[in-house]
Design a protein around this ligand. Structure first.
Ligand code: GLV
Ligand code: MN
Ligand code: MN
Length: 396
C-alpha cells in the first residue's frame, strides 16, 4: 500500500478539536488506537510484532536477529501538532516493506519497523523517552518518577498500558540487534523547498535541552490586593519570556523558546502563587544562554519579592550522523543533498550506539509542530520509494 494511502487511513485518529491539528500522547486513547492500527498493519504483512520492555513496538520481517536493519519513527505528537511528524516515518516504513516485496527483494538480514514511544515528550516532558530508555541514556528510576500534567507518573501510565515498571530501563540485548537504523521524517524547515527535490539525507542534529523555571510568590485576591502589596510570580515569568528572546537573539546560532507557561492555580481573579515556565533552548551556546536566562529570571523574581528555581528536564548533545552511512544513502538515491536539522529525533539518540541515518521529505510550508505541517502525496510516496531503495541496499 502507498504511504500516502496509509496516512489517509489514520487521518481521523487523535484530531484535536480545540487546538487544531492532532494531539496524540503516549498511552492516551489516540496513541493506543494508533498502536492497534500498527499491530493490524504488521499482521497484515505477516510481520512478527513485539512490544519491548519500554513500550516501543517492533514489527519483524524475518524474525529478530543481530545486524538487523531497522527503520521507523513515532506515532505520538506535540499538542496540536501536524499529521506528518512521526507517522510519516511509520507509514513509509510499512509501505517500504510492500515496495520491496513488489520489487522482489528479500532481505538477507533481519529487518524491523519500529514505533518509539513518547518521542515528543508531549506527556511526560522528556523527548525520545522510549529510545532513551532502551539505550540506557535515561535511567529507569528517573523516567518512572516523571509526571504528566494530571500528576500521573510514567510508572502508573506504563502499568496501565500493560508494561511492568520493574522491567523498564536499558535493554542492551534489543539495542544489540540493531545493525543500522534509518528514520524517515517530514522536513521541519524549508531546506528541500529551496533545493527543489523531494528527499534529502540528514547531516546533523542541533544540541538541545529543556528546563523548567518555577517562580513562587504569594497567591492572593485580584481585587482586594493593592498594586504595591503584591508578590506576583507572573511578573518575573513574563519578564523572563522577553529575556529569553533577547538573550537568544544575541547568540547567533541559538534558538530558544517558551512555548508553555502554567500559572497555579490559574484563575482570572487570582494572583498566581506559582508559575511554571518551560524553556526549550538549542544550539552550541546553550550553556551560557541558560546561565544568562537564569540570571535574568533571578533578578526579575527578586524585584517582585518572589523566588525562582531552575531545573534541567532533558539534554541532548549535538549529533553528527555516521558520515559513511549518510554518503552511502545519498549516493544510492542519486546524490541527494544532506541537511542539518534543529529538531530532535530517535535516530539521534540511537546514533550514539549504532550507525544511524535520516531521510527527510519535502515540506512545502516549512512549518512543523503545527497543523500547517505538510507534504504532497507524491512526495510522501517518493519518500517511501527512497526508503525502500536504501533498505534493500542495507539489508543485502
Ligand atoms: C521534536 O520534534 C523536537 O525537536 O522537539
Ligand atoms: Mn516533533
Ligand atoms: Mn518527529
Amino acid at each position: 500500500m502507498t504511504a500516502s494511502g496509509l496516512l489517509a487511513d489514520i487521518a481521523d485518529v487523535g484530531r484535536d478539536r480545540t487546538r487544531g491539528g492532532y494531539s496524540r500522547h503516549v498511552f492516551d486513547t489516540a496513541e493506543l488506537d494508533l498502536r492497534e492500527w500498527f499491530a493490524g498493519e504488521a499482521r497484515r504483512r505477516g510481520l512478527d510484532l513485539e512490544q519491548d520492555r519500554n513500550g516501543n513496538l517492533w514489527a519483524w520481517w524475518g524474525g529478530p536477529g543481530p545486524d538487523a536493519v531497522v527503520t521507523g519513527s513515532h506515532l505520538d505528537s506535540v499538542p496540536g501538532g501536524g499529521a506528518f511528524d512521526g507517522p510519516l516515518g511509520v507509514v513509509s516504513a510499512l509501505s517500504a516493506v510492500d515496495i520491496m516485496r513488489e520489487r522482489g527483494v528479500t532481505p538477507a538480514k533481519p529487518l524491523a519497523v519500529v514505533v518509539f514511544g513518547e518521542e515528543e515528550g508531549g506527556r511526560f516532558g522528556v523527548p525520545c523517552l522510549g529510545s532513551r530508555l532502551s539505550t540506557g541514556s535515561l535511567p529507569a528510576e528517573k523516567a518512572l518518577r516523571l509526571r504528566d500534567p494530571d500528576g500521573v507518573t510514567f510508572a502508573d501510565a506504563a502499568r496501565r498500558s500493560g508494561l511492568d515498571p520493574e522491567r523498564i530501563g536499558a535493554d542492551p540485548e534489543l539495542v544489540g540487534r540493531i545493525g543500522r537504523f534509518v528514520e524517515l521524517h517530514v522536513e521541519q524547515g524549508r531546506g528541500l523547498v529551496d533545493l527543489g527535490g523531494p528527499v534529502a539525507v540528514g547531516s546533523t542534529v542541533i544540541a538541545h535541552g529543556r528546563w523548567r523555571l518555577t517562580f513562587a510568590g504569594q497567591g492572593n485576591h485580584a481585587g482586594a490586593t493593592p498594586m504595591d502589596d503584591r508578590r506576583d510570580p507572573m511578573l518575573p515569568a513574563a519578564e523572563t519570556v522577553a529575556a529569553v528572546r533577547r538573550i537568544a537573539a544575541s547568540a547567533p546560532a541559538t534558538r530558544a523558546t517558551v512555548g508553555r507557561l502554567a500559572p497555579n492555580p490559574g484563575g482570572t481573579n487570582v494572583i498566581a502563587s506559582t508559575v511554571d515556565v518551560w524553556l526549550d533552548a538549542r544550539g552550541p551556546d546553550v550553556p551560557s544562554v541558560v546561565r544568562d536566562v537564569e540570571a535574568a529570571a533571578r533578578a526579575a523574581a527578586e524585584a517582585e519579592g518572589c523566588t525562582v528555581e531552575l531545573r534541567e528536564e532533558s539534554w541532548s548533545d549535538e549529533v553528527v550522523f555516521d558520515p559513511a552511512l549518510r554518503d552511502e544513502l545519498s549516493a544510492e538515491l542519486g546524490d541527494v543533498p544532506a541537511l542539518p536539522t534543529g529538531a530532535g529525533h530517535d535516530a539521534a539518540v540511537l546514533s550514539a550506539h549504532v550507525p544511524a541515518a535520516m531521510l527527510y521529505v519535502r515540506n512545502p510550508t516549512g512549518v512543523s509542530h503545527a497543523p500547517e505541517e505538510f507534504a504532497e502525496a507524491s512526495d510522501v510516496d517518493a519518500g517511501a520509494e527512497a526508503l525502500a531503495t536504501v533498505l534493500a541496499r542495507l539489508s543485502r
